[in-house]
Write a protein that binds this ligand. Sequence first.
Ligand code: SF4
Length: 368
Amino acid sequence: MVIWNPWHGCKKISPGCANCYVYRRDNSIGRDASIVTKTGDFYLPLKKNRQGNLKIKPEDGIIFTCMTSDFFLEEADQWRQDCWDIIRQRQDLSFYIITKRIERFSECIPPDWNDGWDNVTICCTCENQDRADYRLPIFLNLPIKHREMISEPMLEEIDIKKYLEKGLISCVICGGESGAGARPCDFKWIKKVRMDCIRCGVAFTFKQTGAVFIKDGKTYHIDRKNQMPQARKSGYDYIPGANIADNIIYKLPDRKKLFERIGRSNFRSRFRLLQKEKDYISKNGMETIKLHAKEFVKNRLAAESPKNDGQQTPMKGHPVFIAQHATACCCRGCLEKWHNIPAGKTLTTTEQDYIVDVIMEWIDKNID
Ligand code: SF4
């Protein structure tokens, strides 16, 4: 990984900028981060060593571009075309540009941009729902070969599924805020975006917890040095088809407490077996119903990313379907929320047996 900062300094434009690390660092050395200046590294990708060879080689990794500013900042309009020239000359390198100014993209690209350059990834940053709803429709309509999205600092729960469904964003990165005055980040917001990514076949990275991290309603203050390792340790990254969620450590809920919780849920507790479902059970017997439950769990829930996840269990038509909704065993989102079983992993036979047992316990309790 290489960082290339052709200019330094930026202007705050949205809520995510409130505690900008560029401002924080500059402030600590008495520098004004709002003054935008060209840096001595402007030609970094073209620099050569004494032997006349280019210093940066493709094996050095991605070139993270403009990390102490915004590439599409108005104040840098006079320099940007020269940067494009450099990027054009280094087609052997991959440049990664993160921006909060995606609306300026069209007026900032070079004349030969056409439908995008292979060596440039644009990452649109959206810290809240308002910015996601403003920036993502613009982002998805631009000629870009490689698109990613980042929500960091993530300031609230965001729903981006309708944008991911377009199949144009290849990866979403989420993380909390660091530094003094950091705003909290709730793990459930992270899990919600991850779930949407899994359902849309999009890679997901949980980059860092941030300094103030909420998990299961408890607030944790996390040292800077632990914020990235903690996120990595959670195992909540997702790569479609890679089954990396198999490494997430979790604990199944206590069965008695689970049924008590379900009983307190207005939505879950309204499910009942009707007479026709009771008749179906007595006609076929509990063993057959259990076989059906096993089949439904295996075919509709067990895959790493089940088809139509969230809608795969009908609301009626079989006693097992009713029991699945009543016990929150109906989709991978509910299994994660109520049973702690992480989404994005292929269910083991032990996990499948657990789910079947919960379903059958509910049916048994509700048959009379
Ligand atoms: S756009 Fe980025 S670099 Fe610029 S002020 Fe906002 S957070 Fe800082």
